[in-house]
Design a protein around this ligand. Structure first.
Ligand code: GAR
Length: 187
């Protein structure tokens, strides 16, 4: 199997990155993670890039030309697919145009509900019966591209933001690799 050369973008803990790396080490998983990009020098997730000897770079998104630096590095590492795994910056139209239908994101809600930030507090406040996660294609509108996979669970009365997050992340570790397999099975 020819694996797609993939870049994972992160901003924080990187548990989804770690999970994707584990899956990508299996011979029949369709992607190989060849680059990790973080917009945050302190992102804990960088330890996984180091552990598995995957090249990684930091991007200072305060600089005006940071998009060009991203694009140059994606070219340098011959990246053909991008996973946003807890990357908390908006991707520009320029990058989306170059990687049309080749960028996917994981979001901790059942989209189209609860786009954007602070999802768990809003879910609780809204007294939702169920919640979960969504893997979707990235387009120019926030958390709005076509949905690839969703997984859900029922909210219990004792749930708080922390337990919702934990339950959601357990589902994310199934949903993200499943979405990747689904995409390349149909290509
Ligand atoms: C994940 O739960 C992901 O759904 C969320 O950030 C977390 C990153 O965790 N993404 C967003 O909220 C994007 N709007 P991780 O760094 O441990 O993978």
């Amino acid at each position: 199997m020819v694996k797609r050369r993939t870049c994972v973008f992160i901003s924080g803990k990187g548990s989804n990155l770690n999970n994707l790396i584990s899956h990508s080490r299996k011979s029949n998983f369709p992607i190989k993670i060849c680059l990790v990009i973080s917009d945050n020098k302190k992102a804990k997730g960088i330890i996984y890039a180091k552990k598995y000897k995957i090249p990684y770079i930091f991007i200072n998104t305060n600089l005006t030309n940071y998009e060009n630096k991203i694009i140059l590095n994606l070219k340098k590492y011959k990246i053909s697919f991008i996973c946003l795994a807890g990357y908390m910056k908006i991707i520009s139209g320029k990058l989306i145009n170059i990687y049309k239908k080749k960028i996917i994101n994981i979001h901790p809600s059942l989209l189209p509900k609860f786009k954007g930030l602070n999802t768990f507090s809003r879910i609780l406040k809204n007294k939702e019966v169920k919640t979960g996660c969504t893997v979707h294609y990235v387009n120019e509108k926030l958390d709005s591209g076509n949905i690839i996979t969703q997984k859900f669970f029922y909210i219990k009365s004792g749930n708080n933001e922390q337990t919702l997050k934990e339950n959601t992340q357990k589902l994310e570790y199934k949903a993200f690799p499943e979405a990747v397999i689904k995409i390349f099975r149909y290509n």
